[in-house]
Ligand binder design. Structure first.
Ligand SMILES: [Zn+2]
Length: 133
């Protein structure tokens, strides 16, 4: 296995919504429903390469036994934890406030869908069993 060294946890992605040209037709505009990056329905992904403890208990993937290298997905008030193997679960212990607090450097990275975020961040199952850091 080749381990790719990463120098930063920060993920740089061009917000996909900005790629949609502004439509002059009001019907088209309504169809796209562009959302501000900080809107309540924006999907945000946070790479958490280290172990994550909730109430003193380290998080472990029930599918593959991984103990770190998580993707935390926030949409609305819900936060999911996703493992490299593709296993994903809703984690009620993590609130949006907790999530916000974990973001050291706030950015406006948003994704048009969870699937796109997972692909972009390498959490689509391609790296099952691997820690990338
Ligand atoms: Zn796993």
């Amino acid at each position: 296995m080749t381990l790719v060294p990463q120098t930063t946890d920060h993920v740089e992605l061009t917000p996909a919504l900005s790629a949609i040209p502004a439509a002059s037709d009001p019907l088209l505009q309504r169809a796209y429903e562009p959302q501000p990056p900080s809107g309540p329905h924006a999907i945000r992904g946070l790479n958490h390469p280290h172990e994550l403890a909730l109430r003193g208990m380290p998080v472990m993937c029930s599918a593959c036994g991984a103990r770190r290298d998580w993707l935390l997905i926030n949409r609305g008030r819900d936060v999911w934890i996703r493992c490299r193997c593709g296993n994903q679960w809703l984690e009620p212990e993590i609130t949006r406030a907790d999530y916000d607090a974990m973001i050291a450097i706030p950015d406006d990275t948003t994704y048009p869908s969870v699937e796109r975020a997972l692909l972009a961040l390498g959490f689509d199952g391609s790296f099952t069993g691997a820690y990338l850091e």
